[in-house]
Design a protein around this ligand. Structure first.
Ligand code: SF4
Length: 426
């Protein structure tokens, strides 16, 4: 979602006549769009903001802006530490960027522009600066009411709001008319789409409607909460041909005790039941997950239960994080913090196991035919093209540039660590 927000900030700047530059020293405006999901993300943003001070000293006319979740959560304090920042823009009012820039240029100095409440999602999509013309993100809902004990998102993205279905369908039809073939629906908890809307249907209905839009060949979505992944949604995923066989389903921990302390509202058995249903109904499904290591109170036995689930489910990939305290969250007050050295050791063990699982999963794909949406030249080898499978795997292959933007059939001939090599079948 942050990356999509960056596309919107880029689109708003382009609409004002600005152009992107790869040379940061030449920029007239530098916006840092920040994440604050972990302490490390905060530190990276603040360190970059610190380094930009030198540029600002050399060129006082340079405009520096801080946007996104860190801006929303700690904007006022950051302004005290980095008073050379020209504007601070929260997560609820990206659309205000052009006006704020004009005020900064007129030196009226709007240092801070945060909206403290959950503003409704605007019907009119903001302009978007997109690198990939065939694949697009579409926000369908924003915010979260779940209040997982470790998570700062409800405090920076606000309460859950869904966009009206008709607005989403209009946007996707326009994207299809513009040549987009793959959409990824975005929301902090897409499975609860539509809950707060009157006279609307939920997420399975939205998928059904999107599946009918001609020109769109693939539908993906992130992120799903296991508690809201219903049997009827799994059934629709299996039935709708455009919904890709890939699901990111954050587990976070394999221990019921830790899951309860995290306020995740499911047990390890309930999670595994849903995985079983997914595998039965969508045999080619590629599963990925998130794991937090070292949550307060996590014992060795708790951690081993997480490892056991990894072995049982066989995820294709996982995104793992060492727990860090986040402002406002319940877990930041929990006393039984895990020593950093213990968390690091567990993190390494988790990674090692997942590397073994991923390697064996990759071997299973060798020789298999795959549908690939060709994105463009490979970033690692300009003589090759790159595309993604329906299971969201990156494949490099030799082919004519006429194939860019097309859906083609490839056979996987080699597996690397992060990508595959393929050959064109048709
Ligand atoms: S459901 Fe996701 S976004 Fe919402 S509080 Fe939990 S982890 Fe954060």
């Amino acid at each position: 979602m942050n990356e999509h927000d960056s596309e919107k900030l880029g689109g708003l700047l382009e609409a004002e006549g600005y152009r992107a530059t790869a040379m940061v020293e030449q920029a007239d405006v530098i916006l840092l769009n920040t994440c604050c999901i972990r302490a490390k993300a905060d530190q990276k943003a603040l360190s970059l903001l610190g380094r930009l001070k030198l540029l600002k000293t050399k060129r006082p006319e340079l405009i520096i802006g801080l946007c996104g979740c860190l801006a929303q959560s700690q904007g006022a304090e950051i302004l005290k530490r980095a008073p050379y920042t020209d504007l601070v823009l929260g997560t609820h009012n990206l659309h205000r960027l052009p006006q704020l820039l004009k005020q900064v240029l007129a030196r009226k100095k709007p240092k801070l522009e945060l909206v403290e409440y959950s503003a409704p999602l605007t019907a009119k999509p903001l302009p978007v600066s997109r690198n990939n013309p065939y694949s697009a993100w579409v926000t369908i809902m924003e915010g979260c009411d779940n209040y997982c004990a470790y998570c700062v998102v409800p405090y920076v993205r606000g309460r859950e709001r869904s966009r009206p279905m008709r607005d989403i369908l209009t946007e996707v039809r326009q994207l299809a008319d513009g040549g987009v073939k793959e959409i990824t629906l975005l929301g902090q908890n897409v499975n609860s789409y539509g809950k707060a809307l009157d006279n609307e249907f939920g997420f399975p209905k939205l998928l059904e409607q999107l599946n009918q839009i001609s020109g769109i060949a693939r539908i993906r979505f992130v992120t799903s909460h296991p508690k809201d992944l219903s049997a009827s949604l799994i059934k629709r995923m299996a039935e709708l041909p455009k919904v890709c066989e890939h699901l990111h389903l954050p587990l976070q921990s394999g221990s019921d005790k830790v899951l309860a302390a995290m306020n995740r509202a499911y047990t390890q058995a309930e999670y595994l039941e849903k995985i079983q249903l997914l595998k039965e109904q969508i045999p080619r499904i590629s599963l990925t997950t998130d794991i937090i290591v070292g949550f307060p109170g996590e014992t060795e036995q708790d951690f081993e239960q997480t490892l056991t689930i990894l072995k049982t489910v066989q995820f294709d990939n996982l995104f793992s994080f060492i727990y860090s305290d986040r402002p406002h969250t319940a877990a930041s007050e929990f006393k039984a913090k895990i020593p950093r050295t213990v968390s690091r050791q567990r993190f390494q063990r988790l990674l090692k196991l997942q590397q073994e699982i991923a390697a064996s999963r990759r071997k299973l794909m060798l020789g298999q035919p795959e549908e690939v949406l060709v994105e463009g030249p490979s970033k690692t080898d300009a003589a090759k093209l790159t595309g993604r499978t329906r299971g969201n795997k990156l494949i490099h292959f030799t082919g004519s540039s006429d194939l860019i933007g097309e859906l083609i059939q490839l056979r996987i001939i080699a597996a690397g660590k992060n990508s595959f090599q393929g050959e064109v079948i048709s």
